[in-house]
Design a protein around this ligand. Structure first.
Ligand SMILES: Nc1ncnc2c1ncn2[C@@H]1O[C@H](COP(=O)(O)OP(=O)(O)OP(=O)(O)O)[C@@H](O)[C@H]1O
Length: 339
């Protein structure tokens, strides 16, 4: 069946809405390939196998630091997810796709997002691009077309994109290679150092979700399963929130420094609007506890953490499709970037 789809291809999660279904698919952007050629699993099912699969099954993420690193596997995933999201499970008619593309990447990297859809077997009739920060702001409920400065900070898995928008366009945008994955890596290193405990990335992510806080809070504990470096045996250790705070505080401050750099560069009239409206924070990592308080204390600005922040961009794409007022914010490469 023909359809209208919006896609946000993230490093960690693939988000897709279907206009017909009026439903968002949000699954891990990961694929498991058996014996080099067979698609063994994809999405959340493949994630279950991550760091657990035998040698003949390779489980990998095709997007790294917000750009498509493995075109072939990304195309396969796009086809599989589209099939899952389409009404009839059979893509018979021509469809329309709206893709969110990061701004602070090279033109070649931007083109890859477009071509992956054009070249995939998804019967794409029309493919449109929407700048990711623009979609993000619409998803956060902002009228981006107004003559008002808006700051959106998207803290994802591998990257944080900090943007200032006005009149539907991007005034400033900077992407830094720090996100939730960096916090997880830092937790792995710190837990190893303090507890002589080797943990996997899923355990680190769980500890971050359970104990992570952007400001220091009263100490609490959660179970961490791993291998003791000295004995070599599997163990379960009570991990302290203080240790998790020590692990994540530096990467969070690096993000903060970049936010301050963009604020310093923001033209004064737009800065005045940001003071009035506050900073909008989106992306899955903005779920971390007390982030609002941390940013507020550091910048003296109001902070709005968007509801269901990981899906803000894809919700914004839905806004572009459903709202004639935003329709002109979608463009084809011929119209804008690659002339
Ligand atoms: N409750 C939570 N607390 C802390 N972090 C969380 C929580 N829930 C999700 N995350 C983190 O959010 C990140 C995923 O966010 P998101 O879906 O916005 O990323 P992405 O779009 O895949 O990545 P990118 O924008 O870097 O391409 C992961 O690092 C995940 O661990």
């Amino acid at each position: 069946m023909a359809g209208v789809y919006g896609i946000d291809i993230g490093t960690s999660n693939f988000k897709m809405f279907s206009k017909d279904k009026d439903k968002i698919l949000n699954e891990k952007n990961i694929i498991a390939i058996a014996n080099k050629t067979e698609i063994f699993a994809f999405g959340d099912e493949a994630f279950e196998m991550y760091e657990k699969a035998p040698d003949n099954i390779v489980v990998s993420y095709p997007v790294k630091f917000g750009v498509i690193a493995d075109i072939e596997n990304m195309q396969t995933l796009l086809e599989k997810f589209t099939e899952k999201q389409s009404e009839s499970k059979k893509l018979t008619g021509p469809s329309e796709f709206y893709i969110a593309v990061p701004t602070d990447i090279t033109e070649v990297e931007k083109r890859a997002f477009y071509e992956i859809v054009v070249d995939a077997k998804v019967k794409a009739k029309n493919v449109y691009i929407v700048d990711k920060p623009v979609a993000d702001a619409i998803g956060a409920g902002i009228d981006v077309t107004a003559a008002k400065g808006v700051m959106v900070v998207n803290i994802g898995a591998d990257t944080t994109e900090i943007s200032v928008l006005s009149l539907g366009g991007i005034v400033l945008s900077k992407s830094v290679k720090i996100g939730g994955n960096k916090l997880d890596d830092s937790i792995i290193t710190t837990v190893r150092k303090y507890y002589n405990l080797v943990i996997g990335s899923k355990t680190a992510e769980n500890l971050k979700k359970q104990l992570g806080s952007a400001v220091q809070v009263d100490e609490s504990f959660a179970k961490g399963f791993g291998r003791n470096i000295v004995s070599g045996l599997p163990v379960c250790v009570d991990i302290s929130s203080d240790i998790i705070y020590n692990a994540i505080v530096d990467p969070l401050h690096s993000i903060m420094d970049s936010i301050k750099v963009i604020l310093e560069r923001t033209p004064p009239e737009l800065a005045a609007d940001i003071i009035n409206m506050g900073i909008y924070v989106t992306g899955g990592t903005s779920n971390i506890s007390n982030l609002e308080r941390f940013i507020k204390e550091e910048t003296n600005l109001n902070v709005n953490i968007v509801e269901n922040p990981s899906e803000s961009v894809v919700r914004g794409l839905m806004g572009v499709v459903n709202n004639p007022q935003f329709r002109h914010l979608a463009y084809t490469p011929q119209e804008k970037i690659y002339e």
